[in-house]
Design a protein around this ligand. Structure first.
Ligand SMILES: *Cc1c(COP(=O)(O)O)cnc(C)c1O
Length: 418
């Protein structure tokens, strides 16, 4: 049973009165349990768990992961700066970015590890740090993801150096006297042990070509079960064969490689929920649908519109006698794609859900929204303000960790042309 199921109407209503809706909630206990599970990933010769902070970047979350012994993956220079601002030592950060802002050089000088994610990034790194130490992100040629949009490996993905360019990467590294200390491959969301084993094998083959490599980073992408019918990745199950491969590699080469993993989703998805109010209930007749309109939507939870992602939804009301009904749950934006109950994997299709009877003013909890929600939304669309974030502490407290944005803040950077 998840922490979400334990939230009563009275508790939800108290949170609503204190913080308003929509509002992000994060359960510290669940966060901690996920961090502990990640740290138990099987590894033969040492493990570094990096939180992929793009999943949810609030400093309070970052600092908790820091205290619990995690390191960090930054997907942009801005993320790295944000980690630093949160008090994370740069030695605990590695950068793997699609956009290689020149500011990387300053942060690298101060301790941040850099994974060059393309040949040109490697050239730029080499020019800035001749004789330096770099990591290389490869696209091993294989992907694993729920949809094309979450798949970040294989020929349809631009992430990393294409595996067939290995010699070119070696040449570029040699030209600048670079020491390649880490090989990285992150191929996206999946939980198939066979796929993890194959990717680990392919990544180790790449590591073979770089004799100074000390660590192999297999990225993130561990699936979690948001919905009752989904199965979570069993880290021990996908990790065991990977560990064997590292041991075999050590037996063959005498090199004991450290394993790095970079979970985002796994660490935080199910620790988050959005508290929302039922704004309206409408229907489109006998041949149509019954809709619940919430005061949230793609402004906080974009994943359903983007991927057809499924999030658990609970209706909470003071009445406990209403019949369950079929509802399509939609967001508050003037945008027909703003739906919270699309068909699985198909954001174009509506998939009505059986939920407790909803009336205007009731509360809805949308679960599984810890990852890629507060961090990745259609922020300020329709000029809705950014929603607040609240940490539900292990000690039972509810603490505001981000305020609701004000209209003045939305307008802050606008300049009159006259
Ligand atoms: C996004 C990302 C991750 C985390 O992916 P999840 O699916 O959230 O686990 C890890 N590493 C890199 C390089 C990423 O870009």
């Amino acid at each position: 049973m998840s922490w979400l199921d334990e939230i009563t109407f009275e508790r939800a209503d108290a949170l609503r009165r204190e913080f308003g809706t929509p509002c992000f909630l994060y359960a510290e206990n669940t966060l901690r349990a996920a961090a502990d599970a990640a740290k138990a990933f099987p590894a033969a010769y040492g493990l570094t768990v990096r939180y992929a902070m793009k999943a949810a970047p609030n400093a309070n979350l970052l600092r908790r992961f820091l205290d619990w012994g995690l390191s960090f993956d930054a997907s942009s220079l801005h993320e790295a700066l944000r980690l630093e601002a949160a008090g994370v030592p740069l030695e605990r950060v590695s950068l793997s970015s699609q956009q290689f802002d020149p500011g990387f050089a300053d942060l690298h000088r101060r301790g941040m590890a850099v994974n060059a994610c393309s040949l040109d990034q490697l050239r730029r790194f080499g020019e800035a740090f001749p004789g330096g130490r770099a990591g290389l992100r490869f696209n091993p040629g294989l992907g694993s993801g729920g949809t094309n949009r979450t798949n970040v490996g294989g020929p349809a993905s631009s992430f990393g150096i294409w595996h067939e360019s290995l010699d070119a990467a070696r040449g570029m590294a040699a030209k600048h006297g670079l020491l390649i200390e880490r090989i990285h491959s992150h191929i996206g969301s999946g939980s198939d042990p066979e796929v993890w084993k194959r990717v680990a094998g392919m990544t180790l083959d790449i590591a073979r070509a770089f004799p100074e490599v000390e660590a192999v980073n297999l990225g993130g992408g561990y699936k979690v079960a948001r919905m009752p019918d989904e199965t979570a990745t069993d880290l021990r199950r996908i990790g065991a064969p990977v560990r064997e491969l590292f041991e075999r590699f050590a037996a063959e080469t005498g090199r004991r490689l450290r394993l790095e993993i970079e979970p985002g989703t796994f660490l935080i998805a199910n620790a988050g929920a959005v508290l929302a109010s039922v704004e309206d209930v409408v229907d489109t007749g006998d041949e149509g649908y019954r809709f619940i309109k919430l005061d949230t939507g793609m402004t906080e939870i974009l994943r359903p519109s983007l991927y057809g992602a499924q999030h658990p939804i609970r209706v909470l009301s003071a009445r406990r006698d209403g019949p369950d009904r079929e509802y399509v749950v939609v967001g508050h934006c003037c945008e027909s794609g703003d739906i919270l109950t699309p068909a699985p994997g198909d954001p174009e299709l509506l998939a009505p859900r059986r939920l407790g009877e909803a009336r205007v003013g009731d509360i809805c909890l949308v679960g599984g929204t810890g990852a890629y929600c507060a961090a990745m939304s259609a922020k300020n669309y329709n000029s809705y303000p950014e929603a607040p974030e609240v940490l539900l502490g292990s000690d039972g407290t509810a603490r505001l960790i981000r305020r609701r944005q004000t209209l003045a803040q939305i307008l802050e950077n606008e300049i009159a042309a006259e």
